[in-house]
Ligand binder design. Structure first.
Ligand code: 5GP
Ligand code: MN
Length: 350
């Protein structure tokens, strides 16, 4: 049986006053999914914890925190991801133990921060893993509930917030390593408490994590602020190449341009779409990056009142109202036209 719940914005408003580690803070809705998820965790001995490809700070931080905590509860845990973590996360204990393969003998799979099965990439091995129960922990509104049990809280700022609640429920001790990993997830997904997903609960949890030994300034600097000089040049070129049309600020980055700029990494937009949406004229921002394999990685952002999650979902991706993404086949020009057309309609129909 598959149990899921999603907490919507309205229900969240009722929960704002709640303290994060109280019973109340564990949300009334979907208690059944939590109980079932905990049951699976308690019964399992060999857990494979996985997160989405091209992992961000929330993916890495939530997965590592979960791994550390389960280990402390006596479980054998393997953490795995298709792609390696960015070197900016080297300060996280255990980051170098993340495996790049899902091979092994496991009795439970735990998927963290992935909104659909495709998002796990090559780490999910359909034949082997299809026979094992899977528990999903996530906060994306577009989650397809692909697990045996799905704890999906779209009112949570980050998957780290969901994992924090889990650890409280399991009475796991939050040591300094776990605190740093969880705060990394919160800081990266809320852009240091600046997104509309940031709630009083988010701040209260961050406070607890600081008390448990996580450094807010160090983590903010390492996980969010610092960037390579190459990526600053990439950002500058992307801004220059961008266009503003009908309330949409967008930039298309060809393989050629990336090569000229000497950008080594295949994925990511170096924060370009997040910069473009800071334009006062923008209702929506979109960045199209042509990857080495010819596919086009698309990042979307919206101003308050606009929702790009549905658009991304329709193109096979996902995310949140204010930040979403998808990948389309090339050529670059076709992907740009398809997405811009859909975004114009989204703005018109608002
Ligand atoms: P970003 O633009 O920072 O890579 O992603 C913004 C949000 O959209 C994140 O929550 C991320 O998980 C989601 N997202 C980005 N690309 C994809 C994708 O290809 N598929 C899905 N399901 N979600 C995506
Ligand atoms: Mn993520």
């Amino acid at each position: 049986m598959s149990t899921s719940y999603t907490v919507n914005g309205e229900e969240n408003e009722a929960g704002l006053q709640q303290f994060p580690d109280s019973e109340e803070g564990n949300r009334q809705t979907g208690i059944q999914a939590w109980i079932e998820a905990e049951g699976y965790l308690r019964r399992s001995q060999r857990i494979l914890a996985v997160t989405h490809l091209a992992p961000d700070g929330d993916a890495i931080g939530s997965m590592l925190a979960f791994g550390h905590a389960m280990q402390s509860l006596g479980k054998n845990v393997t953490v795995a991801c298709q792609d390696s973590a960015h070197s900016r996360f080297d300060y996280l204990n255990g980051v170098h133990d993340i495996r790049r393969s899902g091979e092994g003998n496991f009795d439970l799979i735990v998927s963290i921060d992935a909104s659909d099965l495709q998002r796990l990439g090559t780490i999910f091995l359909p034949v082997q893993h299809g026979r094992i129960p899977m528990v999903v922990f996530d906060h994306h509104i577009t989650n397809t509930n692909f697990g045996s049990v799905n704890v999906v809280d779209s009112s949570a700022s980050s998957s780290a917030e969901v994992i924090y609640r889990l650890l409280r429920r399991l009475d796991a001790r939050i040591n300094a390593d776990i605190a740093a990993a969880l705060l990394t997830g919160i800081i990266t997904d809320t852009l240091a408490f600046r997104t509309s997903s940031t709630t009083p609960d988010t701040l209260a949890i961050a406070m607890e994590l600081m008390r448990a030994g996580a450094s807010l300034p160090d983590i903010t600097r390492q996980a969010l602020v610092l960037r390579s000089y190459d990526s600053i040049r990439f950002l500058a070129s992307g801004i220059v190449a961008s266009q503003l049309e009908d309330g949409i600020v967008y930039a298309a980055i060809s393989r050629k341009l990336r090569k000229e700029l000497g950008v080594k990494e295949d994925r990511g937009d170096a924060g370009l779409v997040g910069t473009l949406i800071t334009s006062m004229e923008a209702k929506v921002a979109a960045v199209f990056v042509e990857l080495s394999d010819g596919n086009i990685e698309i990042g979307l952002r919206s101003a308050p009142g606009y929702d790009v999650s549905q658009v991304a979902f329709e193109f096979g991706g996902g995310g949140h109202a204010a930040a979403a993404g998808c990948t389309l086949p090339g050529p670059l020009r076709d992907a740009v036209n398809r997405v811009l057309q859909r975004l114009r309609r989204m703005i018109r129909e608002k």
